[in-house]
Design a protein around this ligand. Sequence first.
Ligand code: HEM
Length: 455
Amino acid sequence: MKSRTLKNPEDLTEAGAARKPAGFRLADWSWSWSPRSEREAGDAVVTNFLLHWFPNKISLASLSVKYSFWLGTITAFLFFYLVFTGVILMFHYIPSVERAYASIKDIEFAISYGAFLRASHRIAAHMMVAMVFLHMVRVFLTGSYRNGGLARQFRPLNWWIGLVLLVLTLFLSFTGYLLPWDQLAYWAITVGTNIAQAVPGYGDEIRFFLLGGNEINQNTLIRFYVLHCMFLPLIVTGLFLWHMWRIRKDGMACDDRLALEERAQESRPTPSKTYSLLGVTAGRTATVEASLVDEDKHKVRAVPAVVRRITIVCLLTFALTSALAVWLGSPLEEAANPMVTPNPAKAPWYFLWLQELVAITTIRLGGFTINGGFLGGVLIPSAMLLWGFLTPFIDKSSRSAVGVWFSRERRLQNTIFIIVCLAVIALTYLGTYMRGPYWTVIWPWQAWPEFPPQL
Ligand code: HEM
């Protein structure tokens, strides 16, 4: 028999053996946990489908909890956990006005682990709204929507994708709110869609489009069901993948400074590799620049460093979600009844700041009334959204402020942003805990008055 000559002595190692094409191998999925050599760690990123989107090495700065608090990763985990629990719920839920409430009751009281599943889905949805908001706050306060001076970066795009993801997350949650078809669901959607009605000229059309008619009925339920279970999750998945790809292209904002600092004290020969046609390029890309950073000092291998951290973050999020699901459960009121209006009727909590704005800006001066529905429900939130989209252009701070928490240079921007965020949080708190019947303010030291529901 002819003996095999080994061109590469490394082929004798287990890493070499693992590199041979052998169809599906469990090892290809599991070895990434504890690679036995540098080579194996590098191979893991290339050969493992799930790890493919990581660079081979990642800076310690971008992995630091103090920088990102892993809020984006937590949001991503919650989204995929929602898809997982949601698909199981779909096996039991019936999107029909006559049967939806009964099917939720079955999930809650008859199906094994149904109550836990439903509560997990609901808690994860609330948490995702909160986490995506906090993630945006951290991105803003670190100025991570700006380019750091490396070639072919366009961070504003990822900021805009993020803003769309934020709005879609709110709509994902909003469309799910109606599905239990109980009083809470019915009236929250009534209030929510009434706010949309305040758009001048087209308000009625928008409400009609949202509800599939003039009132909440079977059309609305099936519309919200399809949006919630298919349409919005698919768009969010697509945008999420785009978001991640942009991060790979632009690099994490905190790494720009490191790359620029290294460039400043560079004593090495300039690399010629530019990844561009004929080497013609405006500068070095984030990937090339990052590869120049002193690896030993500032970087670790993505495998296992990132894999382990992501696993820990996901497990902790899962544990917290499960604990809250067991502790809080999920509410289920009486079946939806259009004839019985709860007092007060409240929008879902993340739209309560809008409901508050509508209430506060509705001012009557003699015979003259300022339309709060338009001012608070449409004009102010639209202006905020526009400000969000224009932010990367409005911010003229220098590149050294990119990826830095509370940079002195961005004091004004950060102060305005924090004030706006605190106002939104305060209004949400006011609407959630301090608004009683007829939308009167009930202070913590006052007793909560009992009013019969309005018939
Ligand atoms: C479904 C919603 C979202 C998901 C799943 C998501 C996920 C992520 C992840 C995993 C990262 C990596 C860093 C980290 O963990 O913080 C990241 C970074 C980033 N996200 Fe998001 N994100 C979402 C929404 C948003 C929103 C609402 C914004 C802003 C309006 C935003 C803007 C950014 C930017 C600019 C970066 C790069 C940050 C840097 O370079 O330091 N994202 N996102």
